[in-house]
Ligand binder design. Sequence first.
Ligand code: FES
Length: 100
Amino acid sequence: MKTDSNFLRLDNASQAASREVRFFWEGQEISARQGDTIAAALLAAGISHTRETPVSQSARAPFCMMGSCFECRVEVDGEHNVQACMRPVESGLNVRRQRS
Ligand code: FES
């Protein structure tokens, strides 16, 4: 998968012991860690283009990671406008880029 971000996880003992969770981004399986938000999991996987603006279709990415900017909105299992930085990742979620 083509990646477009430079975020890396900080490795430490607690992260290494966390359980793996697998979900889907645009139909491709992504590995995350239990306790990740969707935004954190996507950034760690090298994916930052999570939505497009309705007028110009310009790319947007998670910015504040605390629920304030709404730049991280994605579609989760058909639900639009989900803030990826506020929703914990779960096994089997189907996450798509927000296009409206
Ligand atoms: S990154 Fe700002 S609201 Fe999610």
